[in-house]
Design a protein around this ligand. Sequence first.
Ligand code: GLN
Length: 200
Amino acid sequence: MQGAFFEHVRILTKLGATVREVRLPRDLDGLDGIILPGGESTTIGKLLEAWDVLVPLRSAIVRGLPCWGTCAGAILMARHVSGTLPGQPLLSVMDISVRRNAFGRQVQSFETGIVIDGMDTDVPFPAMFIRAPKIESVGPDATAIATLDDGTIVAARQGNWLATSFHPELTSDPRFHTWFLDIALANREHSSAFAGAAMP
Ligand code: GLN
């Protein structure tokens, strides 16, 4: 819809995934996973609503579609958001509370190395924060998977859903995208095994 979607496309394509940009309801058909990019959550939400994608996208995610929101995308996914504009359309699916623009203005953007719980490496991930939201609380359905030194939660997971305050698509480190593709693939295999088991 808006924001840093092309940067995600570039990394996913490099990793061998087949990528489709989603702008219309029919673009949702047959996806194994979806990434909601960084940008302006207000704009993305309004466009999702205007192009009739908000409702079918929400139901696809609630039915179990693997989903990863980066920055504005994480805001769209959160069930509780502070600092929103009145009536801002949101997906409100993930059990996290976020505060928009909680690190200050664009000039206060920063990069720092953080360790991600669940990613199978202890090498810190270069996390870039640009007018990022803070995840103020998680749970009980979600868990925090990354924090800054001061304890601020900056990434969370709930089953096949990930939310990050930062932007892995703006770095040259593909580990986050590789991890999300693994989650999407595992879910596809699980779903088709399940569908197979249900066949006569
Ligand atoms: N501040 C933006 C918002 O509230 C998010 C910024 C970003 O995605 N880099 O939507």
